[in-house]
Structures are given as C-alpha cells and as structure tokens.
Write a protein that binds this ligand. Structure first.
Ligand code: TYD
Ligand code: MG
Length: 474
C-alpha cells in the first residue's frame, strides 16, 4: 500500500499545511487545522474540488470587475473605450521612434498624478534616460516607480512587492527569462527571439491575471507594419493597439486592432511636440494647413480612419517616362489600387497615363488604403495629366470598378458632414448617394469619365499634350 502523506487542512480558509500547527499559517485562526483523513469522505471530496474549473452561471459573473479605469490621457482612453481594465494585458505596437515610450510615460504620469502606484519596467533605457524624458513632459509624481531590468523574474518580484495597479513593460522584445550571461541566454534564446518573447509574455499575462494589475507591453513592429516576433502575442493579450504615423510628421494615430472590452473603431489622434504628445482636436489644421490651391493634381478626400473621418489632401504628379518602364510611386496609398485606377483612366477616359511616370501621395503621413479613395485618386491624376487644377473647395469620394463605374462607399453621410464642416462644400459622389447635409452640393457621377469631363479635363482632350509614344488608344 502506498504511503499516504497526512496533510492538515484549515476548516476556516481551506489552506493546507504539511503538519499540525496551532494557528493556521494562512488565515491566522487558532485551532482550525484538522488532519485531512479526519474529514468525512464527502467533505473531503468537496474540499479536493478546484472550484475555479467548475462551470458557473454566466449571469453571476461580476461585470464591474471588467470596468475600464480611465488613465487620464483622453485620446488613449477613447481608443480603449474608457481606459485600462484591471488584470488586462494590452500590447502597444509601433515602429521604433514613433512615440510609444513617450505615450506610455504620459499614461503612467497621469495615473500616478491621480494618486495611483504605477511601475515602468524599462528594459531598453536606463532610469536616468527615462527621468530625462519625464522632465520634458512635466512634474514627475512620486507614485511612478521605475525598474530598469531585463529579467522577467525580477519584474514579477517587483510587482508582487510593490503592488502597482499599472505596469508598463518597454519592450517585450528586450526582456528575457533567466540568467543574463551570454552563454546561458543563448540556451534559452536571446531577448527578442520568438521563444523568449512568447515565454516572457506568457509569464507577464499570468502575473497580470493573478495580481489583477493592468499591464501594457510595448512591441516594436517592422516597416511593413507587422509585429516582429510579437505577432505571436496577439492572441495571448486582451487588446492590441497600433501607434502609427510618419516619423517626419507630427500626427500620430492610435487605433485598437483587437479589443476584448469594447469596439475597435475608435481612433486617438496625437501631435508630437516639444513636451510630449498632445491631443489633436482638429486634425484638419494639421492635414490641410499647408495646402496649395490652384495647382493641378490636388484634391481633398474625406477618408475613414476607424470610426473617424479625416479630411486628407491627395496629390498626384505625372512626368514623361524617364525609363523604359513607366514608374508608379505611392506614399500612403495602395499601389495595387493606383495601378487599377490608372488602367481605368487609360481605357475608359482615354487619358495617356500608361506612358507617364505617376506619383501619388497622401499628405501628412496618413495611410489611406480604402477603395473609397479611388475616385479622388482618379481626379487628381487626371488633373495632373491635363494641367487643369480642380476647384479648391472640391472633395471626392467613391470606389471605382473595372468598367469605369463609380460605386457607393460606407459611411457617406459622416464623410459629407465632415467635408462640409471644413468648408469643402462641393463633393463628387457616386450617383446612388443619399441626400446631402445642408450646405453641401453633391456632384453625382455614374462613371469616372463623367467625373473627369465635368472638371474640364476629360474625354482624351488633353490640352497641349499628345499621347506619349507607344500609348495605345483603344
Ligand atoms: P519614443 O517615445 O522614444 O519612441 P518609441 O518608444 O516608439 O521608439 O520617442 C520618439 C521620438 O519623439 C524621439 O525621436 C524623440 C521625440 N520626442 C519629441 O519630439 N518630443 C518629446 O517631448 C519627446 C519625449 C520625444
Ligand atoms: Mg521606446
């Protein structure tokens, strides 16, 4: 018969002890420990149950426990539908230098200033560097703790000891599990390797749930926009945020790619300034402020970014072909959709674009890849080709089909309202569009050629230009 170890269990709190003691080590009650075998068989069976693995009525689950706590950085809270949920894990992805560390430092400062204890695990920068950055942002509240280490074990100890209610780990690629000597690290994979990133995240997710501490992990992404390595983390965390923008422009866009506690359509807009990130209430000022009017090739497009409408300036430039192959270059646009739009312009509007180098861009570092941008791109390219500027108060919205038809897009009323608000009172739209808001004149078009002709540049009647060599006029 196997030797049974007789454990003692506290009849008050259920804690076990290897031997009898007068006072329960867990709850501190006196004379509550009994030998397990002394319990009745049923009582014993109930005691052995792990209640956390039992099904419970969904209606009895506490909703308040998942309530978001505002961080105090409004645009951040807006994207998270209110703030950070205790025990939740959020992954903030973005290209190096975009402002992830700055944003999270501002979040930590705001939370600490509201009297909370928060912890920044800075695995990439020294405490000194972080302090210097914090100085740029303003006063540093005493509740903001910093730990400049790379070992996850140290992080776990610190969280258990200091009991913060928000932890930021910057970055998940820079932390590792285990001793830091090069040889030993090699055995378990270097920081940033898939194995290390996944293992570290796994432990930090466990820590967040066990201590009910809201945790934000920073992840660097590569140029093509995917999380390098941490892609594997997306399913492990509750929320995935992306922080985007062009490093050379001030505008930064925060969006939720995945969010277990609310909708993902909200967008946070920030402007990088000398004292950190500031909320942007009026993106039109940033995006359209430097627009030149009366120049061919420019038009305004009411683009949707998440649930928000942003009026962006679209520009096209055409030049004679410089090499044997025509060059197409896009910034912030989908190159495949540009190629398709050019083909439609050549085939259905008979514009000589196939023999020209074409450059198209969205100003301000915004990316607009939705098909709804097609019509504006077509008008901008047509205008650039003919040299006839489009009216300064003109906006355009519509998807283009391969037959040259202009199709309906989503959220049209919202786009029209925003256009009107910023003074773009004439909008070229698909013919099936509903009535316009007050003050907006709709120019309904069925085809691209109708749209191009309307603005004095269509039908192949290109003033002062002849089709380029080799251009086929089908
Ligand atoms: P950072 O937050 O370090 O980016 P990430 O963590 O995503 O790599 O900072 C990005 C850039 O922002 C950096 O080049 C310096 C600049 N910056 C400002 O322009 N103003 C400021 O107040 C701060 C703190 C940084
Ligand atoms: Mg950083």
């Amino acid at each position: 018969m196997p030797k049974t170890v007789k454990r003692h269990r506290c009849i008050d709190c259920g804690a076990t002890a290897p031997q009898w003691v007068g006072r329960c080590p867990a709850c501190g009650e006196w004379n509550t420990l009994v030998e397990e075998s002394a319990l009745g068989p049923l009582e014993q069976a109930v005691n052995d149950l792990d209640l956390s693995s039992m099904p419970i009525p969904l209606s009895s689950v506490d909703v308040a426990a998942a309530a978001a706590v505002p961080t105090g950085v409004e645009e951040f809270d807006r994207v998270l539908s209110g703030g950070l949920v205790p025990g939740s894990v959020t992954l903030l992805g973005g290209e190096p230098g975009i402002g992830k560390s700055t944003l999270l430092l501002q979040v930590l400062v705001a939370r600490a200033a509201a009297g909370h204890r928060v912890l920044l695990v800075s695995a990439e920068e020294s405490a000194h560097q972080v302090r210097l950055r914090a100085e740029r942002l303003g006063p540093v509240p005493p509740g903001l703790l910093i730990l400049s280490v790379t070992d996850v074990g140290t992080v776990i100890n610190a969280v258990v000891e200091a009991e913060p209610d928000l932890v930021v780990v910057d970055s998940i690629q820079a932390v590792a599990i285990g001793p830091a000597t090069a040889g030993e690290r090699r055995a378990g994979g270097v920081p940033g390797s898939i194995t290390q990133v996944r293992e570290c995240a796994d432990q930090l997710v466990g820590l967040a749930k066990a201590r009910q501490v809201a945790t934000v992990l920073v992840g660097h992404v590569t140029k093509d926009g995917s999380l390098a390595g941490p892609r594997v983390l997306e399913h492990m965390v509750d929320t995935v945020l992306s922080f985007e923008g062009d490093r050379h422009h001030a505008l930064r866009i925060l969006a939720a790619v995945k969010h277990r506690f609310g909708p993902t359509g909200e967008l946070g807009l920030f402007e990088m300034g000398d004292h950190g990130l500031n909320p942007v209430d009026d993106p039109g000022r940033l995006l359209l402020g430097d627009r030149l009017t009366g120049v061919a090739g420019g038009i305004v497009l009411p683009a949707m970014q998440g649930r928000r409408t942003l009026l962006v300036e679209l520009q096209a430039l055409v030049t004679p072909m410089a090499q044997a192959q025509p060059k197409r270059s896009v910034v912030g646009l989908d190159s495949g959709r540009l190629a398709m739009t050019l083909a439609v312009l050549a085939r259905h509007v008979e514009l000589p674009v196939l023999g020209l180098d074409v450059f198209a861009s969205v100003a301000g570092g915004i990316r607009v890849t939705e098909p709804a941008a097609d019509l504006a791109v077509a008008l901008a390219v047509a205008s650039a080709t003919t040299g006839v500027p489009l009216p300064a108060d003109l906006a355009a919205i519509g998807e283009i089909g391969l037959a040259g038809e202009v199709r309906q897009v989503n959220n049209l009323p919202r786009r029209l309202e925003e256009s009107a608000r910023l003074g773009f009172t004439r909008v070229v739209v698909p013919s099936s569009s509903p009535a316009a808001p007050v003050g907006v004149e709709l120019i309904r078009v069925e085809t691209v050629s109708e749209a191009v002709e309307r603005f004095g540049s269509g039908g192949g009647r290109v003033p002062g230009k002849r089709p380029a060599e080799g251009e086929s006029r089908r």
